[in-house]
Design a protein around this ligand. Sequence first.
Ligand code: MN
Length: 232
Amino acid sequence: MTEYLFPPSPQAALRVRGQKALYPVTRIFCVGRNYAAHAAEMGNEVDREAPFYFTKMPAALTPSGGTIPYPPGTADFHHEMELVVAIGAPAYRVSRDQASNMVLGYACGLDMTRRDLQGQAKDKRRPWDIGKDFEHSAVVGQLTPAVALGDIGPQRIHLDVNGQTRQDARLADMVWSVAEIIAHLSTLYHLMPGDIIMTGTPAGVGPVQPGDRLAGGIGGLDPITVTIGPGA
Ligand code: MN
């Protein structure tokens, strides 16, 4: 039996609706600028040639329903409500038609962002990591099996903060569809079960403060809630 100097981190995992077994998470991919109105509010144009990505560490994964600390190093902590896709089969260089067969399920997610640090990184042409990839920055709800959601498009995606709607769109507003994202990402990585993809946020991102209660939903999926706690 392998011995370690200290206990290894627990396996990051998501609950799955109707199942006892958890979905173990290996990698978290995130898509940037996947809703035209959000790209515009950030002063960007959508890149029509190909989607682009950043990543979060699995250790950043946080379940729905709890409280996350207001993170250090920022004065502009933002919510980004997103559809999360969980890969359920190996996918390498798959076609768009094949891609939908690779999805095990979907969930609501929040790509929490230190916007000021992300903005500074953009200005200095540095990586986004400290703006995007930090403790508790990937809040993800329970997975719903793909068969239960059906075709993606008409579902509403929204986020309320303290009961006020901040983000409100349709999944059909995504620039790159789930199938297109999987097909493209599978040209860059050997996607495997355990890989999840946060597919980008609609317009309406904004700051949150300690004490704020976030409640998000996507039609057909289990909702997501999180409360912002005091500073870490
Ligand atoms: Mn995002």
